[in-house]
Design a binder for this molecule. Structure first.
Ligand code: ZN
Ligand code: ZN
Length: 161
Protein backbone atom coordinates (compact mmCIF):
# COMPACT_ATOMS: atom_id res chain seq x y z
CA UNK A 1 0.00 0.00 0.00
CA UNK A 2 3.03 2.23 -0.25
CA UNK A 3 2.45 3.74 -3.66
CA UNK A 4 -0.42 6.07 -4.44
CA UNK A 5 -2.99 4.48 -6.72
CA UNK A 6 -4.33 6.90 -9.29
CA UNK A 7 -6.69 4.50 -10.95
CA UNK A 8 -8.99 1.72 -9.91
CA UNK A 9 -7.44 -1.45 -11.23
CA UNK A 10 -10.24 -3.79 -10.10
CA UNK A 11 -12.61 -2.48 -12.78
CA UNK A 12 -10.53 -3.67 -15.72
CA UNK A 13 -9.86 -7.01 -14.06
CA UNK A 14 -13.57 -7.40 -13.45
CA UNK A 15 -14.43 -6.90 -17.13
CA UNK A 16 -11.81 -9.41 -18.21
CA UNK A 17 -13.01 -12.01 -15.72
CA UNK A 18 -16.62 -11.34 -16.67
CA UNK A 19 -15.64 -12.39 -20.18
CA UNK A 20 -14.40 -15.64 -18.69
CA UNK A 21 -10.74 -14.84 -19.32
CA UNK A 22 -7.60 -14.71 -17.25
CA UNK A 23 -6.83 -11.22 -15.97
CA UNK A 24 -3.05 -11.03 -16.39
CA UNK A 25 -1.46 -7.83 -15.04
CA UNK A 26 -0.57 -6.65 -18.54
CA UNK A 27 -4.08 -7.16 -19.90
CA UNK A 28 -5.52 -5.37 -16.90
CA UNK A 29 -3.18 -2.42 -17.36
CA UNK A 30 -3.94 -2.05 -21.05
CA UNK A 31 -7.68 -2.20 -20.51
CA UNK A 32 -7.41 0.14 -17.54
CA UNK A 33 -5.73 2.77 -19.72
CA UNK A 34 -8.50 2.45 -22.29
CA UNK A 35 -11.22 2.69 -19.65
CA UNK A 36 -9.58 5.68 -18.05
CA UNK A 37 -9.10 7.68 -21.25
CA UNK A 38 -12.67 7.10 -22.37
CA UNK A 39 -12.12 7.79 -26.06
CA UNK A 40 -10.26 5.81 -28.73
CA UNK A 41 -6.48 6.28 -28.63
CA UNK A 42 -3.65 4.94 -30.74
CA UNK A 43 -1.26 2.13 -29.90
CA UNK A 44 1.42 4.77 -29.28
CA UNK A 45 -0.75 6.74 -26.88
CA UNK A 46 -1.52 3.59 -24.90
CA UNK A 47 2.20 2.89 -24.78
CA UNK A 48 2.97 6.41 -23.54
CA UNK A 49 0.31 6.31 -20.88
CA UNK A 50 1.49 2.94 -19.63
CA UNK A 51 5.07 4.17 -19.53
CA UNK A 52 3.94 7.06 -17.33
CA UNK A 53 3.08 4.54 -14.68
CA UNK A 54 5.23 2.29 -12.58
CA UNK A 55 5.39 -0.33 -15.29
CA UNK A 56 8.57 0.99 -16.89
CA UNK A 57 9.21 0.59 -20.63
CA UNK A 58 6.45 -1.19 -22.51
CA UNK A 59 7.25 -3.58 -25.33
CA UNK A 60 5.45 -2.50 -28.52
CA UNK A 61 4.79 -5.99 -29.77
CA UNK A 62 3.51 -7.26 -26.44
CA UNK A 63 1.25 -4.24 -26.21
CA UNK A 64 -0.04 -4.75 -29.72
CA UNK A 65 -0.77 -8.41 -29.01
CA UNK A 66 -2.65 -7.51 -25.86
CA UNK A 67 -4.68 -4.84 -27.65
CA UNK A 68 -5.56 -7.37 -30.33
CA UNK A 69 -6.51 -9.85 -27.65
CA UNK A 70 -8.86 -7.35 -26.01
CA UNK A 71 -10.49 -6.68 -29.37
CA UNK A 72 -10.93 -10.40 -30.00
CA UNK A 73 -12.53 -10.86 -26.60
CA UNK A 74 -14.94 -7.99 -27.27
CA UNK A 75 -13.45 -5.97 -24.43
CA UNK A 76 -12.15 -3.28 -26.76
CA UNK A 77 -12.93 -2.11 -30.24
CA UNK A 78 -10.64 -0.92 -32.93
CA UNK A 79 -11.25 1.78 -35.50
CA UNK A 80 -9.30 3.55 -38.15
CA UNK A 81 -9.81 7.06 -39.51
CA UNK A 82 -8.47 8.55 -42.72
CA UNK A 83 -5.02 8.91 -41.16
CA UNK A 84 -4.85 5.09 -41.23
CA UNK A 85 -3.86 4.88 -37.58
CA UNK A 86 -5.57 2.18 -35.59
CA UNK A 87 -7.18 3.46 -32.42
CA UNK A 88 -8.47 1.39 -29.55
CA UNK A 89 -11.24 2.01 -27.10
CA UNK A 90 -12.65 0.04 -24.19
CA UNK A 91 -15.89 -1.73 -24.92
CA UNK A 92 -18.31 -3.28 -22.55
CA UNK A 93 -19.24 -6.86 -23.29
CA UNK A 94 -21.99 -7.01 -25.91
CA UNK A 95 -21.82 -3.32 -26.63
CA UNK A 96 -23.35 -2.51 -29.99
CA UNK A 97 -21.26 -1.37 -32.92
CA UNK A 98 -21.40 2.37 -33.40
CA UNK A 99 -20.05 5.15 -35.62
CA UNK A 100 -17.15 7.37 -34.60
CA UNK A 101 -16.44 11.07 -34.90
CA UNK A 102 -13.01 12.12 -36.12
CA UNK A 103 -11.85 15.71 -35.61
CA UNK A 104 -9.93 16.81 -38.70
CA UNK A 105 -8.10 19.46 -36.71
CA UNK A 106 -6.81 17.74 -33.58
CA UNK A 107 -7.30 14.15 -34.71
CA UNK A 108 -9.28 13.08 -31.67
CA UNK A 109 -11.76 10.27 -32.12
CA UNK A 110 -14.99 10.03 -30.19
CA UNK A 111 -17.41 7.12 -29.87
CA UNK A 112 -20.98 7.83 -30.92
CA UNK A 113 -22.70 4.98 -29.11
CA UNK A 114 -26.18 6.46 -29.48
CA UNK A 115 -26.00 6.54 -33.26
CA UNK A 116 -26.74 3.59 -35.44
CA UNK A 117 -24.55 2.16 -38.13
CA UNK A 118 -26.06 1.91 -41.58
CA UNK A 119 -26.82 -1.63 -42.68
CA UNK A 120 -26.45 -1.71 -46.46
CA UNK A 121 -28.17 -4.37 -48.46
CA UNK A 122 -25.68 -7.00 -49.59
CA UNK A 123 -25.73 -9.21 -52.67
CA UNK A 124 -26.70 -12.81 -52.10
CA UNK A 125 -24.24 -15.00 -50.18
CA UNK A 126 -22.20 -12.08 -48.88
CA UNK A 127 -21.70 -12.05 -45.14
CA UNK A 128 -20.91 -9.00 -43.06
CA UNK A 129 -17.89 -9.30 -40.84
CA UNK A 130 -17.85 -5.83 -39.47
CA UNK A 131 -19.04 -2.35 -40.40
CA UNK A 132 -17.07 0.78 -39.78
CA UNK A 133 -18.21 4.37 -40.07
CA UNK A 134 -16.23 7.49 -39.31
CA UNK A 135 -17.80 10.94 -39.33
CA UNK A 136 -15.17 13.56 -40.13
CA UNK A 137 -15.62 17.04 -38.71
CA UNK A 138 -14.39 19.62 -36.21
CA UNK A 139 -14.76 19.14 -32.46
CA UNK A 140 -16.03 21.97 -30.20
CA UNK A 141 -12.56 22.57 -28.78
CA UNK A 142 -11.12 23.17 -32.24
CA UNK A 143 -14.02 25.38 -33.35
CA UNK A 144 -13.21 27.89 -30.63
CA UNK A 145 -9.60 28.15 -31.74
CA UNK A 146 -10.26 29.35 -35.28
CA UNK A 147 -7.45 31.42 -36.73
CA UNK A 148 -4.67 29.22 -35.44
CA UNK A 149 -3.24 27.96 -38.68
CA UNK A 150 -1.22 25.11 -37.26
CA UNK A 151 -3.23 22.27 -35.76
CA UNK A 152 -1.75 20.79 -32.62
CA UNK A 153 1.11 18.82 -34.13
CA UNK A 154 3.38 17.10 -31.66
CA UNK A 155 0.89 17.74 -28.91
CA UNK A 156 -0.46 14.22 -28.65
CA UNK A 157 -2.39 13.33 -25.56
CA UNK A 158 -2.21 16.67 -23.84
CA UNK A 159 -5.54 18.17 -24.79
CA UNK A 160 -6.51 20.74 -22.21
CA UNK A 161 -10.22 20.92 -22.11
ZN1 ZN B 1 -10.54 18.85 -32.44
ZN1 ZN C 1 -16.23 3.48 -30.17
Amino acid sequence: MGKPVRFSRPDAAKYIRAAGKRATPFRVQVLQVLLEVGHPISHLEVQERMADRDTGPVDRVTLYRNLEWLVQQGLAHRITADDRIWRFSAARVNHPAHPHFHCLSCGQILCLPKSRLPSPELPENYAVQDVEMVVNGICPGCQTTTGSKSPAVGNLGSNTG
